[in-house]
Design a protein around this ligand. Structure first.
Ligand code: AMP
Ligand code: MG
Length: 395
């Protein structure tokens, strides 16, 4: 198969997964355990929000038609109280932020904008009707949808769920993601490798990335570069919701992963992407199960996970979308690359500025750990000057 562009590869993943996904079963969890989960049903306001006309400031509730002018303070209302009387002509009520605006008042003047002498306030400026008041129901009407199904629950959603009284949340069951590292050279992390061996860092990195994506990693035993062993592990991996394979997808004689997947009559959507790191990236499906063959070099594995596998996890977890958080940062120095491939290069972003981090290729974990972002170098362009804005993705 010919290489496809980064953009085509990513949209293929999003399209195929979204089109063919089977949503996970639903379960209920206490609100305190809901952070990071995906909402399985829409959440509605249980009453108008705010439930009454609410003051946004500390100050005085007044009739705007009385201002500029004087008013007699007839009482005080603070959050958690209700003021029984109605404000009449040239009357005011001292009010605290969050307190209900008394009947008769249509605005709140800020404390700083009045002078008070005994129980009389004076305001020298005109006051607009509605000033400093959030009217009842302005944020949401009772029964209206405040959160859509498919939303990942973060701290702000927790706050809203709490506000509308949802103490038990209906969420999708987290995904099980199988992780299979392949390679004769791999030894466990606690082993002392011989010179020609390396520790299996990819399985660890991927497990951490899967957890960060809100799913549950299921790490399989390493497969040596032999068809029967890879076959047996892939079969096990296909019982999870998604299978991530690391290594064995390049063009070498011992890169057997694609051959084994063909034995499962896999459908391949692509097996090469015009990008760096991560060119030998494989994406496909066996029956209803999606898999990724991620290139084995550690930086390639991690970057392709972030750019592709994470999107698949998001959508399979029930999310509606999986946007890449691309931001623009100002280049601190001139920058060049060889056009033809979209490059995701380690970079340091600070105060809106981006500086490429020198690195020695897709095995160079040390440099990669110095970076806090990937800088995106367009495949069609060769050079950029200091001061230009470049897209980056924070790590
Ligand atoms: P491969 O894609 O199988 O040709 O692997 C390319 C290179 O990535 C290997 O030569 C290793 O240096 C490295 N590599 C492969 N798998 C792992 C792994 N699980 N952990 C760390 N490095 C790996
Ligand atoms: Mg290998």
């Amino acid at each position: 198969m010919p290489a496809i562009s980064f953009v085509d590869a990513r949209s293929t993943v999003l399209r195929e997964v979204f089109k063919n996904r089977i949503l996970p079963p639903v379960e209920s969890v206490p609100l305190g355990d809901a952070a990071g989960r995906v909402l399985a049903e829409a959440v509605h306001a249980d009453r108008d929000m705010p439930p009454l006309d609410r003051s946004m400031r500390d100050g005085y509730a007044v009739r705007s038609t009385d201002m500029p002018g004087r008013a007699t303070v007839i009482g005080m209302v603070r959050a958690g109280q209700n003021f029984a009387a109605t404000i009449e002509w040239c009357e005011a009520v001292e009010i605290m932020t969050g307190a209900p605006v008394p009947r008769g008042a249509d605005s709140v003047v800020m404390l700083e904008q009045v002078t008070r002498t005994d129980d009389v306030i004076e305001c020298e400026r005109p006051v607009k009707p509605g000033e400093n008041i959030n009217p009842r129901g302005i944020e949401a009407k009772s029964g209206g949808v405040v959160l859509e199904a498919g939303k990942r629950i973060s701290y702000s959603e927790i706050s809203l769920l709490a506000t509308v009284g949802v103490s038990t949340v209906t969420v999708f069951r987290p995904l099980q993601v199988a992780i299979l590292a392949t390679g004769d050279e791999l030894v466990p992390v606690d082993a002392k490798p011989l010179e020609h061996q390396i520790r299996n860092s990819n399985a660890q990195a991927l497990a951490a990335q899967v957890v960060r994506a809100g799913a549950i990693p299921v790490t399989l035993p390493v497969a040596p570069d032999e068809m029967p062993a890879i076959h047996e592990r892939i079969e096990r991996g296909l019982s999870a919701d998604l299978l991530l394979i690391s290594g064995g997808v390049s063009a070498g004689k011992y890169d057997l992963v694609e051959d084994v997947l063909r034995c499962f009559t896999a459908e391949f959507f692509f097996d090469r992407v015009a990008m760096q790191p991560g060119a030998p990236l494989v994406f496909g499906k066996v029956g209803a199960k999606f898999f990724f063959g991620l290139p084995g070099n550690p930086v390639s594995t991690m970057v392709t996970f972030e750019l592709f596998a994470r999107a698949a996890i998001d959508l399979l977890s029930g999310r509606r979308a999986s946007p890449l958080a691309v931001v623009l940062a100002r280049l601190t120095q001139d920058f060049k690359h060889r056009p033809g491939l979209t490059r995701f290069l380690p970079a340091k972003v600070e105060n809106g500025e981006v500086t490429p981090v020198a690195w020695k290729g897709s095995n160079d974990l040390v440099s990669f750990c110095r970076a806090n972002a990937f800088l995106i170098a367009d495949a069609k362009r060769e050079s950029w000057s200091a001061g230009e804005m470049l897209p980056v993705i924070l790590k």
